[in-house]
Design a protein around this ligand. Structure first.
Ligand code: C2E
Ligand code: MG
Ligand code: MG
Ligand code: MG
Length: 289
């Protein structure tokens, strides 16, 4: 956790709106510098098959430990990167670093990378992805990009075009945080998604609310009808896992129950160890992100 009064104070900010003007100005100039000096890094969270709990891949998540202010969460620094025109630098760094790392893991483990709406507005996303694959030698089918519903709605034309080009390359495309925005499943049908990630807000009360479980189960069923791989995010407890398993039609789970996001060295050890060990032996329990 955050230590020292300065860091403890910053650890309380989860949203860019919580920050006042002066703090924001400081983060803007410091983030530019941090990107130039390679102070950002990635952590990787396992995504596991719901049936045998094998790791199928990991999601890469960006981290920034500010030398004085401590951990700044991506919910704060990603919008700032967008604002200062540095998002494509951040995304290029994340894509290349994640692809290089994944190329070291046992095949066919995959890596997933988050894209932002601004990426589609400012960059040729398909070309940027292609370059990261060429540079690292990672096969396209081991990379997946994740976009949120709001990205889809804000940049419909650019997203639609880029996703088609990414699919032609063989890159997977996931709709992230499903259920937090306003898109419908029929709307998604028009776009070449390969995966739907159901947001963790659906999981929170799944063990106490029959309606929540039914809702999740129906989203999963409709997604399967559209030939999408279904991942449920935010599984924290055995009880939630049991409820999800009963719901059916879910392929993969991700959450603190199976593993928190880990630095590259630790995830490399983990994937080496578990790639050859089926069953529950490698299930991890909640620790520190
Ligand atoms: P996301 O893509 O939905 O990533 C999952 C988030 O949920 C991560 O938060 C992860 O640490 C958290 N999480 C995973 N399992 C659990 C769980 O069981 N319980 C709870 N309570 N949380 C869980 P994180 O790393 O803070 O990232 C937040 C969001 O920031 C991400 O949501 C993603 O939208 C964005 N983000 C992170 N890295 C990047 C990046 O490199 N580029 C862009 N554009 N956005 C990023
Ligand atoms: Mg994601
Ligand atoms: Mg998500
Ligand atoms: Mg999320």
């Amino acid at each position: 956790g955050a230590k020292g009064s300065g860091k403890a104070q910053w650890a309380l900010f989860h949203d860019v709106m919580d920050i006042d003007y002066r703090q924001r100005q400081r983060l803007k100039s410091d983030l530019r510098e941090a990107l130039d000096k390679n102070e950002l890094f990635l952590v990787y969270q396992p995504i596991v098959d719901i049936r045998d709990h094998r790791i199928i891949g990991c999601e890469a998540l960006a981290r920034w430990n500010h030398p004085e202010l401590g951990r700044i969460p991506p919910s704060v620094f990603v919008p700032i990167a967008e604002e200062i025109g540095a998002i494509s630098d951040l995304t290029r760094f994340v894509l290349t670093t994640a692809a290089r790392e994944c190329a070291l893991w046992p095949s066919p483990l995959k890596v997933a990378v988050n894209l932002s709406a601004t990426d589609f507005r400012t960059t040729d996303v398909a070309e940027m992805v292609r370059q990261s694959l060429v540079k690292t030698g990672l096969p396209a089918n081991r990379l997946e990009v994740e976009i949120t519903e709001s990205t889809l709605i804000e940049e419909k034309q650019a997203v639609s075009k880029a996703l088609t080009l990414l699919r032609e390359q063989g890159v997977g495309v996931a709709l992230d945080d499903f259920g937090t925005g306003y898109s419908s499943l029929s709307y998604l049908h028009a776009l070449p998604f390969t995966k739907l990630k159901i947001d963790r807000s659906f999981v929170a009360d799944i063990t106490t609310s029959d309606r929540s479980l039914k809702l999740l189960s129906n989203i999963a069923k409709l997604s399967k009808d559209l030939d999408l791989t279904v991942t449920v995010e935010g599984i924290e407890t055995e009880a939630q896992l049991a409820a999800i398993s009963r719901a059916g039609d879910i392929d993969q789970v991700q959450g603190f129950l199976f593993g928190v996001p880990l630095p590259r060295r630790e995830i490399a050890e983990l994937v080496e160890r578990v790639a050859y060990a089926p069953g529950d032996a490698f299930k991890m329990r909640a620790g520190k992100a």
